[in-house]
Design a protein around this ligand. Sequence first.
Ligand code: SF4
Ligand code: SF4
Length: 363
Amino acid sequence: MSSYLDQVNKCTDCGECGLICPICHVSDKGIYSPDNKIRQLGKIERNEELTKDELDTVYLCSRCGACNYVCPEDIDINGIIQYERSLIAKQKREPEKTSHIANNIITRFNPKGMDVPNMASMWVAEDLKFSEDSKLAYMAGCWVALKNVEIAQDTVRILNACGIRPKTLEKERCCGLFVIDNGHFDEIRRYAKEYTDYIESQGVEVLLVSCPACYDVMKNVYPELYRKPKYRVVSALEMFKDLYDQGKIKFDRTKGKVSMRDACPMKDVFSIPRELIGAMGYEIIEPFDGKIFCCGAPAGVKPNYPEISNAIGRITFEKSKDAEMIVSYCSFCKHHLDTISEADGSGLPVIDLSSVIWKNMRK
Ligand code: SF4
Ligand code: SF4
């Protein structure tokens, strides 16, 4: 019996994880609760046939991690789901779209499988200043480069205004979170080694990342998959806060109400965007009381189960009705909410924190 199966057997059926899980907020199918997701483990380990609901529940998880924080038995629900997926992948019965996206990342270095020889070429604008000698490399992340280029542009504008010229990485690639979320461990170990070695070969001392998923993966997951890198991984959020504390970012005061769309991996620093937004003069609306509530897109939920994913994403709009904009600091949250907003005609813009800072920064 695996140690994970020991953990599953500790479940007391208290129901706490179901109360917080975003999937359970939009579906009343009992089998979709986190405790029932991990109860599939025995069958999966024995390679027994799974019903559609049993397979779906394992893949109906954004791996936001919210359930782990509330489980009184300290069961690693999120890790067990990843392990279940790793077994299912080896058994060659994972959803087709999941295999396709994972393969795109491993072979083409981005989730869409696009031919992108240089990620930075997707967003670099004429007014941005770089220095190839810089020890600070900026990694935009694939959802920034492919969908939300203004996040990278405004981040570099802020850096430039503070006297910092970063460099870009010619061979920037997707961090591979999707591959990790879906338990393709053999492939991602090799991938993490290649990418870490490459970044080190560029003389990088600080790797600045805009995407919260990249930040978590590069800082916390790669060292487990390969080894601790020689460079330091810093999030744009932390960099903005440092520059603000040093007095290099100053704001012209403004007014208005904004809704805060938090990024799950940044749970420990949810205070930073609030401090910055508050310093601009905005009133902050808390759609989820400052707690983790996933946008509903990651880890394959959006491509495999778009209706459920969109229903979760709509909750942010429903709870932000009094705001003039939703402020996000995750490019994938923004991409997901933008697609919903376009389809529904909500009219409520979703703006990245970097763009809000740049707009309100005293130049
Ligand atoms: S990680 Fe998030 S989406 Fe997955 S079961 Fe836990 S709360 Fe639900
Ligand atoms: S919170 Fe933990 S103990 Fe309670 S139902 Fe969920 S997995 Fe079981």
